[in-house]
Design a protein around this ligand. Structure first.
Ligand code: NAP
Length: 350
């Protein structure tokens, strides 16, 4: 596979920095542009970016000159970690000028011709791009990731929906601070505290999950129909969203049958052996006090969902805990995997 030029939009932010880290040494993609708000355009990335992750800022990125986001970037693929207002302005404009945009932003997620993709879960939704190109006349495209908590829920629940069928689900999230971007939640609000509200989060989880676990019928998305309720909380954890999940599944399978469905789950990325794909998308742990963010969030380089405490729920049938790394599996890593999938499937041209 030849190397494709990629741009990171919103490169100075929390997710933008993750993209830069994950794209180092990528076998198919090389960074050709980093974009920022107008105020920092023209400056060296390394001079104006406080690096938030462990290890040194990659030297190639540090030396690059930041560009304003524009529709004529020298890149085939644009990984978008923009704030929503900037995404509104630029993502469609970039698709129109031939760029393949892989977005982490809410702006286009629920559009009726835009795939909301988890590469292992609903790869067939990529066929919506044929409708998108026809309808909008774009030579490029937009593919989106979901909200970071919705990705965690849907990845672990996908084999259960496929194998048994979900009738109803209730999830309570404990979401990391990095999910709010940088500087995010003020330290005096975050420390020693749980904040039981994250703007728009419950609505996004409830809507996006139905699209993820629904189908593409060749013309339109058909949403999953089970009843779903999300409670979203911000907790004082740096990275990694933990979710407690209670489900009613058709046929009332046992905890062992649920664990087997999760452990056996594989998708197109595993079949195609994509560079960013985890070997096992879901790891099921038997320890009674796992998963925990500080112990489990980096499983398979942060690309696996880690499930534990699968047991009977006297009210709903089955319950468990799932943990995903929000800036990797819930954002930058998921986007890179989506781009690898579409490149491997021939959807991005030769
Ligand atoms: P963030 O830390 O606030 O970073 C956003 C960055 O975009 C900032 O560094 C900002 O500042 C830059 N920016 C602003 N206007 C721009 C423009 N016109 N062109 C290019 N860059 C611009 O936020 P984040 O957490 O990385 O989130 C980015 C997007 O991903 C958001 O839409 C968010 O909802 C979504 N998301 C985040 C997560 C997560 O876990 N954090 C997960 C899933 C999705 P400067 O350019 O001025 O430095």
């Amino acid at each position: 596979m030849r190397k494709r030029k990629v741009a990171v939009l919103g490169a100075t932010g929390t997710v933008g920095q993750r993209f830069i880290g994950l794209l180092q040494g990528h076998p198919w993609f090389e960074i050709s542009a980093l974009t920022t708000s107008d105020a920092k355009a023209g400056k060296r990335y390394g001079d104006v970016t406080p690096w938030h992750w462990s290890g040194e800022m990659p030297a190639n990125a540090a030396g690059m000159t930041l560009q304003p986001t524009s529709a004529d970037l020298d890149a085939e693929i644009c990984f978008s970690a923009l704030p929503a207002d900037a995404a509104e302005q630029w993502e469609a404009a970039l698709a129109k000028t031939g760029h393949h945009v892989f977005s982490n932003v809410k702006t286009h997620r629920m559009d009726d011709d835009v795939p909301l993709l988890i590469a292992e879960v609903n790869a067939e939704h990529m066929h919506a791009l044929e409708v998108q190109r026809r309808k909008r006349g774009w030579s490029g495209s937009i593919v989106t990731n979901g909200n970071c908590s919705a990705i965690g829920f849907a990845l672990a629940a996908a084999p259960l929906h496929k194998t048994f069928g979900i009738e109803r689900a209730v999830v309570t999230t404990m979401q990391a601070l990095s999910g709010a971007g940088y500087p995010g939640v003020a330290s005096l609000d975050a420390l020693d505290n749980v904040v039981p509200f994250i703007a728009e989060e419950e609505e996004k989880m409830q809507q996006e999950t139905k699209k993820f676990l629904g189908t593409w019928d060749g013309k339109r998305f058909v949403e999953a129909t089970f009843a779903f309720s999300a409670h979203c909380n911000r907790v004082s954890v740096r990275d990694g969203h933990t979710e407690t999940v209670s489900l009613t599944l058709r046929g009332s399978p046992s905890p062992d049958a649920v664990k087997s469905a999760m452990r056996d789950f594989r998708g197109r990325p595993q079949e195609l052996k994509l560079p960013t794909a985890p070997e096992h998308p879901i790891h099921v742990r038997d320890g009674r006090d796992r998963p925990q963010p500080i112990l489990d969030r980096d499983t398979e380089r942060g690309m696996a969902a880690v499930v534990g405490r699968v047991r009977e729920d006297p009210a709903m049938g089955i319950k468990y805990v799932v943990l995903t790394h929000n800036t990797i599996r819930g954002a930058a890593g998921a986007s890179i995997l989506n781009a690898e999938l579409l490149a491997a499937e021939g959807c991005l041209g030769n």
